[in-house]
Design a protein around this ligand. Sequence first.
Ligand SMILES: Cc1ncc(COP(=O)(O)OP(=O)(O)O)c(N)n1
Ligand SMILES: Cc1ncsc1CCOP(=O)(O)O
Ligand SMILES: [Mg+2]
Length: 368
Amino acid sequence: MKQAGYYDESTNGVVVMVEPYSQKQQIQQVVYRILDANLDRAREGLRVIEEWCRFGLNNVQMTSECKQLRQEIASWHTAELRAARDTLCDTGTEITHPQEETRSGIRALLQANFCRVQEALRVLEEYGKLVNSNMGIAFKQMRYRVYTLETNLMGYERHQMLLRARLYLVTSPSENLIGTVEAALKGGLTLIQYRDKNADDTLRLDLAVSLRDLCRNYGALFIVNDRVDLALAVDADGVHLGQQDMPISVARQLLGPQRLIGRSTTNPQEMQQAIADGADYIGVGPVYETPTKEGKAAAGLEYVQYAAQHSTIPWFAIGGIDTSNINDVIDAGASRVAVVRSLMQAEQPTLVTQYLLSQLNRIQSERK
Ligand SMILES: Cc1ncc(COP(=O)(O)OP(=O)(O)O)c(N)n1
Ligand SMILES: Cc1ncsc1CCOP(=O)(O)O
Ligand SMILES: [Mg+2]
């Protein structure tokens, strides 16, 4: 900032008298710098999100919403605000957070950038009010539009991940629950269900939080068995409900349209009902009798064949499936499989995951 009587090289040492900024002007400059920096930040974050909507999802609607928001933000970026920029003196440019250096996957990347955009919009809303009351109103509206975009995009992303998932691990109680799940995630697993029929809620909550964090770190989906309240409490990606559990319509009201709801089915009638009720995926089984679901009669490979021909939503064959019989299940038409013991009791869960996935992926490319 030029002070009165300062020495200016461009005038060969002639002392130039410049009026000092008043305190009011100095504060205005600071506000302008804040607005300038956050206008850039909001647009940059939106651009990152837009690229995924465009190239990753081919989604015209979400891409154009990002673009419109960017253009609206740009329309507030006046020459006056740009002129206040002072990058050399900006102490914030070198400060980074370790989490900015790594991202575990697309979902984490999108989440981080939504956070960045929303923070910037909030700053623009608050400081904008000092400059122009319309600015506060405009940025508040944009912040709500970004929340809607986030809900839609993250929900869409969840459904896309479900479509891509081939192997589903349903957990059973284990002293090494976290270690086993992590080993399977290392093998490429992308869908996990927390299932424990007997634990106290305090333990369930602790384990569900740990598994959710683990899944987020590996970019995998996390589903809770039976309990809608627990799924909501830990911000899970969805819930799995059996025929004796909460009706899908009630769960949908509680969970909203963006979270996933799975339903167990044992016969064609249950399958058609689950589809009509709006399930996102179904379990198909038990294919074979299994001690994990004692007393439940096997639905057999015939039901797998029926599902292959009639299911209009993603479905997972489940019940007694392991490395020795997965190819029979695949031959009956399955392209997605859920397992409990095969992975929870495996000596090397990473290797078993890789093997099961390799069989499911092989058939995938053959069927194309
Ligand atoms: C993927 C998947 N399919 C079926 C089930 C079984 O659900 P349910 O019939 O409610 O039995 P419990 O698992 O609650 O004992 C499942 N959990 N996951
Ligand atoms: C929960 C469930 N629902 C139908 S079969 C089954 C258990 C499958 O367990 P496993 O893979 O150990 O046979
Ligand atoms: Mg259940």
